[in-house]
Design a protein around this ligand. Structure first.
Ligand code: AHG
Ligand code: MN
Ligand code: MN
Length: 334
């Protein structure tokens, strides 16, 4: 079998002018390198004694795990030296981060990331991931400020995630479909294993944290009620449920077999739980590029104009027909 490496794939994409430029390509290789190093750090956690929690909290008041901070440092170390990234936003950093020596490269990017998604799962050996989003740095800006990062998700030029599961897989899109690359740990290279990933439009599987049911708005309760009624209810079909508590793992499953993933804004978390800039937006980009849909319940996620870098948002995304069906409950409930 002739395997296509990530670097060869990116070279082909540059030649085909698929939104991959000679600047974006090395940035994506740096991100791949970061994910490779994070995969190793996560797998070595118990051996290195890094599975515990820290006494610190991140800017959102969540207790940081040792690996949250380690993975954040790894991601920054691997992506900040090329001179291609003018500034970064991370879940684990309160403020924006500017690499020490921004270069004069003509194409400068902004990089937004969740270094370790699902970190509550890390010490119980359940899949975790890394999520990233790439925006253009406004022309002429070498020292970006907060407002430069506040771009709607539709302006992303690239987004993706790495899932550290039974294998390490890197899934990315530059706006020309979605492709998945599996890490060959012996060769140390990512190879294209899942070209042109597509989410089935129909599904009978939902993912939501049911323990929050009492906090949800009426349309979400109504939607789930009808799923639970199965064949004898309005939907006339039985539904299955999954909840990994790692968004990356849920979305990856949905890319394979369809499904809908929801973390709605509710009375407990009035602005939602997931973060817009480095969780909801990049995952929406991937989902929509794979033929799915992504909404807050009130508007398309990628249309939301951010107002702060750690802003939270309600999330409904996955198989197109089911996501639109859920949104229709919100429209009727308004
Ligand atoms: P993070 O570990 O980066 O804070 O994100 C965890 C997120 C997301 O991955 C997952 O879907 C959700 O939190 C799980 O939330 P619950 O623990 O409330 O189920
Ligand atoms: Mn996360
Ligand atoms: Mn995280």
């Amino acid at each position: 079998m002739c395997k296509l490496s990530l670097s060869q794939f990116l070279l082909n994409a540059v030649q085909k002018k698929e939104a991959v430029t000679t600047e974006l390509s090395p940035l994506l290789m740096d991100i791949a390198q970061a994910c490779k190093a994070i995969a190793l750090a996560v797998s070595q956690g118990a051996l290195q004694g890094t599975m515990g929690s820290l006494n610190s909290q991140n800017v959102q008041g969540e207790t940081q795990k040792q690996l949250d901070v380690i993975c954040n440092d790894i991601f920054i170390a691997n992506t900040s030296k090329s001179g291609l990234v003018a500034g970064m936003v991370s879940e684990e950093l309160a403020d924006i981060y500017l690499p020490p020596q921004p270069s004069s490269a003509s194409n400068q990017y902004l990089l937004l990331f969740d270094p370790l998604d699902g970190s509550s799962n890390v010490n119980v050996n359940i899949s975790v991931g890394t999520i990233f989003s790439v925006l253009s740095c406004p022309a002429g800006i070498t020292q970006p400020q907060i407002h430069d990062f506040l771009q709607a998700g539709k302006h992303q030029i690239c987004a993706g995630y790495a899932l550290y599961g039974t294998s390490t897989i890197l899934v990315l899109s530059t706006g020309h479909g979605v492709n998945g690359f599996t890490l060959d740990t012996e060769a140390g290279e990512f190879y294209l294993t899942h070209p042109d990933m597509q989410i089935p439009a129909e599904t009978q599987e939902f993912a939501i944290n049911m323990s929050n049911y009492r906090y949800w708005p009426a349309p979400m309760q109504e939607y789930i009620n009808e799923c639970l009624q199965g064949e004898s209810g309005n939907r006339h079909k039985n539904f299955n449920m999954r909840w990994v508590a790692s968004m990356v793992a849920e979305i990856h499953r949905i890319l394979f077999r369809g499904g809908i993933f929801m973390y709605p804004a509710d009375s407990k978390a009035p602005h939602g739980k997931l973060r817009l800039l480095y969780e909801a937006n990049p995952m929406s980009f991937i989902v929509e590029q794979a033929g799915g849909a992504a909404s807050t319940g009130f508007q398309d996620i990628m249309e939301v104009m951010p107002t702060s870098i750690h802003q939270r948002i309600g999330v409904i995304m996955g198989s197109k027909n089911e996501a639109l069906k859920t949104v229709s409950y919100y429209e009727q409930g308004r």
